[in-house]
Design a protein around this ligand. Sequence first.
Ligand code: GDP
Ligand code: MG
Length: 188
Amino acid sequence: MDFVAEEEKTEDYLFKIVLVGDSAVGKSNLLARFARDEFYPNSKSTIGVEFQTQKVHIDGKEIKAQIWDTAGQERFRAVTSAYYRGAVGALLVYDISRRQTFDSIGRWLNELQSKNHAHSDMNVVTILVGNKSDLRDAREVSIAEGKSLAEAQGLFFMETSALDSSNVAAAFQTVVKEIYNILSKKVM
Ligand code: GDP
Ligand code: MG
């Protein structure tokens, strides 16, 4: 009789992570860059997918990040509770070349926290993301302002560029790693 070594049971981790922020800040392109290494110069909300699952490796464990993207409803501030439900992580995105999108962050953060709270016993691990860092000449929000808002709200912070790939994977991985750290402490 053949002996078949019992495969080591690998735990399954699936984290729901949501992209939040004003229209056209680059949410869909951050996801496209992270999940498919693609960029759309003239993307419209049509490239918005419901969610995309991307594997992330931490401590030799495979974690599935299920990343949700809005499909244009954020334009009307009509993101439903279903979108936030069960999310354990979030990327709160603004465009460093449009101050207005930075000014909206407080409202998005409130919405994320209030609409998620009813469904979760854990704070949503959130990173504030200043996207389009490649647009140096058009910058309207300084790095210091981003950092200081993030510190005040207890968020991680990074500037990214979906165009040149800078920090895109790092931003998603920061969130996944922190969620993993929190959850693995909880079960101990
Ligand atoms: P969303 O509405 O937040 O999903 O934003 P999109 O991903 O659709 O991007 C809106 C526009 O910004 C598109 O024309 C993108 O090509 C552009 N864009 C997205 N990310 C970047 C970036 O990092 N740098 C630059 N220069 N443009 C970007
Ligand atoms: Mg989009």
